[in-house]
Design a protein around this ligand. Structure first.
Ligand SMILES: C[S@@+](CC[C@H](N)C(=O)[O-])C[C@H]1O[C@@H](n2cnc3c(N)ncnc32)[C@H](O)[C@@H]1O
Length: 172
């Protein structure tokens, strides 16, 4: 996952939610482009340590370089945008390609170049919405609900699903 356009303070909460949503719904890691944000990194790393799994986070790398390196290693790029092709119309093409995917979301106005560099510009409806919501819907369609069965090994705690209480199992 690549987060472009992150602004200090103003976007901290939403960028954190982008990262946590990516992690919970099956992504392997996130890059916050262009700005080092040690606070967001620390928050996400703390959640990953507590709840387990392998999720990488880094910040500060220029977005062009992230995309160029990704493509250089044979990966494909999906840019989520309200202006893109409809998710139901392109998801089969995306899922048929057996390559690692870099999913790009923005914050403020996205540089036009991103539209050209992406292999797919994909809309989750053609209405403006939150990048967190767009990412969640995309990942659920892409991974076909498999995130519900994903395991997060080596955590300190694990939530036990419950009908009527908050239940947490602590690792022994
Ligand atoms: C809150 S929007 C701001 C978009 C900005 N106003 C612009 O015109 O580029 C932030 C990000 O959410 C994502 N997004 C918003 N609506 C979307 C939609 N309907 N489908 C897919 N992604 C969307 C895009 O990644 C976008 O860069």
């Amino acid at each position: 996952m690549l987060r472009i356009g992150h602004r200090f303070f103003r976007d901290s909460r939403v960028t954190t939610h982008v990262c946590l949503t990516a992690r919970a719904l099956g992504a392997d890691g996130v890059v916050i482009a262009d700005k080092h944000d040690k606070m967001v990194e620390a928050t996400v790393q703390e959640v990953a340590k507590r709840f387990g799994g392998n999720f990488s986070i880094e910040s500060g790398k220029p977005w062009r370089r992230v995309i160029r390196d990704w493509r250089g290693q044979g990966g494909k790029v999906v840019h989520l945008t309200a202006y893109g092709l409809r998710l139901p119309d392109v998801i089969r093409d995306i899922n048929d390609v057996d390559r690692d995917l870099l999913v790009v979301v923005g914050s403020e106005k996205m540089p036009g170049e991103v539209f050209k560099l992406a292999d797919w510009n994909v809309s989750v409806t053609n209405q403006p919405m939150s990048e967190v919501a767009a990412l969640a819907v995309f990942l659920d369609w892409h991974l076909q609900h498999q995130a519900f069965d994903k395991t997060f090994p080596n955590g300190q705690v694990k939530i036990v699903p419950s009908r009527d209480q908050k239940q947490i199992q602590t690792a022994s």
